[in-house]
Design a protein around this ligand. Structure first.
Ligand SMILES: [Zn+2]
Length: 290
């Protein structure tokens, strides 16, 4: 495998001014994977993507992928408003419709998948929450047959959020019961905040043993690379620059070196100020060259 493709670094890039602009930035940053929003993440509804914008996107993609040894994965991240776990019917219905729209938009752009925080049970309990999320996810997937995958992201474990453990992710995948349409996106900050240590070889190995005990590793189709501002098990969802948080560079070196995840997109969601992407990418690339 080509070393850059094996590493497969990406970032969540802005689509201000048009989604294709993210592709130009991806070329500039030499990224081989990418995450975007396909709509404003803090709004429920938005007008459909303009056909001209879809064309520009595909042209930009051809530019970005020119000469690439293999097709590249682009994912979108869903709106933060969606909660498929809500016991309230109105919010649940709105969430189902919004996820269906997210999958349809991602499909128009030919994206690999849609990353989504599973949801929160808001007092109804984990079991009821998982069943509710599974029902909503199934509905959205069935309404977009043949479309992008739903990538369930693990959470930092704050409040009543579901997906804080590998067991919960396993139960969600099983209950959604749409093999081939559901996979998992693991966020290093969220793992650490929910109590999975990654800081050194022993801790990393123990976390991966735990992961493999509950989930088929082929289901891990995306990583989010974020260091953590909060302590181990703090349930705090605060992303930090790579190596500047509680996880530290060694945890990221272990992950990048792990052949089980070679070729899987590893996407930054860290702050953009002061050339943040460039700095974090340099740190990550230096780790595998060392
Ligand atoms: Zn994330």
């Amino acid at each position: 495998m080509d070393p850059e493709e094996r590493l497969n670094l990406g970032s969540h890039l802005s689509v201000a001014g048009g989604a294709w602009k993210a592709l130009d930035e991806a070329i500039e940053l030499e990224l081989t994977s990418l995450q975007i929003f396909t709509k404003n993440a803090s709004r429920w509804v938005q007008k459909p993507i303009d056909p001209a914008a879809i064309e520009k996107w595909h042209a930009g993609r051809a530019r970005w992928e020119e000469g690439a040894p293999s097709p590249r994965r682009v994912v979108s991240h869903t709106s933060y408003l969606i909660n498929l776990g809500s016991p309230k019917d109105e919010l649940f219905e709105k969430s189902c419709a919004a996820l269906t729209d997210e999958l349809a938009r991602a499909g128009q752009l030919g994206l690999h998948g849609v990353v989504q925080h599973p949801g929160a049970h808001v007092g109804s309990g984990v079991e009821a929450g998982i069943a509710r999320i599974a029902e909503g996810a199934r509905r959205a997937l069935d309404a977009t047959e043949g479309g992008p995958k739903l990538l369930l992201e693990n959470t930092a474990g704050a409040g009543s959020t579901i997906g804080r453990t590998f067991e919960e992710l396993r139960d969600l995948v099983a209950q959604i019961d749409r093999p081939g349409r559901v996979a998992v996106c693991l966020d290093t900050c969220h793992l650490y905040a929910s109590g999975y240590d990654l800081r050194d070889a022993d801790a990393y190995a123990a976390t991966m043993t735990e992961l493999e005990a509950h989930l088929d590793l082929s289901l891990v189709e995306c990583w989010h690379l974020n260091d953590s501002r909060g302590e181990l098990g703090s349930n705090l969802d605060r992303h930090e620059h790579i190596g500047e948080g509680r996880i530290g560079v060694e945890g990221f070196r272990l992950l990048l070196d792990d052949p089980r995840f070679h070729g899987v997109p590893k996407i930054l969601e860290t702050a953009k100020e002061d050339d943040g992407d460039r700095r974090n990418l340099a740190v990550l690339r230096a780790l595998v060259e060392a």
